[in-house]
Write a protein that binds this ligand. Sequence first.
Ligand code: SF4
Length: 203
Amino acid sequence: MRYGVTVVKDYGEYFNIVNIEPESNIYGPGKRFVIWVQGCSLACKECWNQKMWSESPQTILHREVLLETILNTDGIRGVTLLGGEPLEQQVNLFWLLGKIREKSDLTIFVFSGYELDEIALLGASDDLQKLCDMIAIGCYRQSYRNVDQQWIGSSNQSVMYPNGSRETGLPQKLYQVEIIIDDNVSLSITCFPDDDLVKAIMD
Ligand code: SF4
């Protein structure tokens, strides 16, 4: 394990979540329900999501409520979880993924900052491979930034399709960001936008 520590947080049957985007188009094939979990102990130096490191509760959501919300969202092809670190809430993560598979045809894409050997040490390899259709492995590294890979932001990362994956969408050579305007007309930009691009959009 990277820092000699295995961190799996216990929030009972609740997720600690920082954001949900029910209809995103840039975190995997097709339109997807995207969940950013709160909390990541890996503390990578070049992380873009440092506000998601703390395990302090943000939005605490019962897993049944999250499941029902996902299942009641029309027109999505799948569900994507990222963060933060989804595997640090793995009990609820695997419960949720199992229920999604049981009750729908939605495909499942999970991003983890852990490497494969670390995932094995977390005891999560089998469940992750069994339940996911796609897995993004590795943390974002600015020094390996690569804007030619759809869905992931740096070339040390990779996207796996486990045996039995139901997902047929393959990554294209694409640089995507997504601009979201909420009900309060507040604007946010997701993914890994360059400063110049953010400035151009905000101006
Ligand atoms: S694994 Fe991802 S969220 Fe966690 S510190 Fe590294 S880059 Fe940030």
